[in-house]
Design a binder for this molecule. Sequence first.
Ligand code: ZN
Length: 173
Amino acid sequence: MNLANTKSVSYYNNIGQIQGAYVREYPDICPSCGKGISAVPAYGFKGKWLQVVFRCPIVDCSRLFIAHYGESDNNVVHFLLRTELLPVVEDEEFPASITKVSPKFKTIYNQSKKAEEGGLEEICGLGYRKSLEFLVKDYLISKSAPKEIAVGAKCSATSMNSSALLNGLFSKI
Ligand SMILES: [Zn+2]
């Protein structure tokens, strides 16, 4: 068998033993910055498939990504199927005037953003709406003590009914 044009990686198997494998190629394009790279394997794992963590050597990028390999017909040399970049979602920053009035708004908004970036589109919409509800409610509470009682009562009575809550709140503005 000709292994001359192959590269090697080490990986952990299912019971934690370090083993070696041959791969046809290392990824030559970083999935984050898109530049051509000489990727260096950092860590491998083989269960059902061989997965190897690489790091982009370009200093300004330096992102980690996972290369997925399939086995060739001879079950010795693995070939590159695809690379996968784990999403990094940075928190959205808001002016202090907003986070001071409603700290929950920022928390819920950023959790919704992570859900959206992770492809959970049905979930993130509910989260964004909830964050808006908190922002409006907290704003009204901060502006008027008498409304705090009214809004608080409305929230507890209709916490599962966001439409009614929003309609109630906006009718008070
Ligand atoms: Zn890169």
